[in-house]
Design a protein around this ligand. Structure first.
Ligand SMILES: *Cc1c(COP(=O)(O)O)cnc(C)c1O
Length: 236
């Protein structure tokens, strides 16, 4: 059976089939929400997986990938990138300011701008390297102590500071809902904060909840295990 990309399923590794399945689910979620498929970017989250697992996904036509650690990405992506121009790499995990230079060099987007120090460091590095990255501010929608992200109460003023004080062009907002909570209200809250701050992009939704996120306006879904399979003993 041939899929849209012209490959034969029987000859393809499981990642290809999983990717195809996720794409179909994104399409039907968009359709039920009355949204255009072109508004939604699938970020294939490849953390903990090596080139042997990433290449089949690349070959199946996926061009946008996400990693949560600068160090790990620096180790595996330069080689893959050299063979695949046009690829986009997104940082979706916490960033330390001493890694800002590496992050700006390696990535095309950062989803985790969440405090003044990081906003400043990324801004300075983009200027130094003459590179413009797509930037998302992470909001801690559940106000969880252990979780990264700007608090809900400080979100508006931080967005404003990013724009005026740090001169950043902010593309949108990102959240990771609390693990034991219904994600919908967090997606709604993120969409509300984005709307009142005139931000168009919403990075929300993972393997377990990307359809709900699309229904509530996600423009970037970050999907790992549904494409690559279960990760071996790594937290997020
Ligand atoms: C790992 C990770 C994902 C992907 O999670 P899955 O449940 O495997 O889809 C999404 N977003 C962030 C920030 C992550 O760290």
């Amino acid at each position: 059976m041939a899929c849209k990309l012209g490959h034969k399923h029987s000859m393809n590794p499981p990642q290809h089939k999983a990717l195809h399945e996720v794409r179909k689910r994104i399409e039907s979620a968009a359709q039920s929400a009355g949204r255009k498929i072109g508004e939604i970017t699938l970020i294939a989250v490849s953390k903990t997986f090596g080139a042997e697992d990433i290449l089949p996904v690349l070959q199946a036509g996926q061009t946008v990938f996400g990693e949560n650690r600068v160090q790990e990405a620096a180790g595996k992506w330069p080689n893959i990138r050299a063979t695949a121009p046009g690829l986009e790499l997104h940082l979706i995990g916490p960033l330390q300011s001493n890694k800002a230079a590496d992050a700006v060099r390696l990535f095309d987007a950062v989803h985790t701008i969440d405090r003044p120090r990081i906003a400043q460091a990324v801004g300075a590095e983009m200027a130094r390297q003459a590179r413009q990255l797509q930037l998302f501010i992470q909001v801690n929608t559940g106000d969880e102590k252990q979780k990264a992200g700007i608090s809900v109460a400080s979100a508006d003023s931080f967005i404003d500071d990013c724009r005026t004080k740090y001169g950043l062009q902010i593309s949108g907002l990102m959240c990771i809902p609390p693990i034991n909570d219904v994600p919908d209200k967090h997606f709604e809250l993120l969409a509300t904060i984005a709307r009142r701050n005139d931000l168009k992009h919403l990075s929300m939704g993972m393997s377990g909840d990307f359809e709900a996120a699309i229904n509530l306006g996600a423009t970037h879904v970050r999907v790992g295990s549904a494409i690559f399979g279960t990760r071996a003993g790594q937290s997020r």
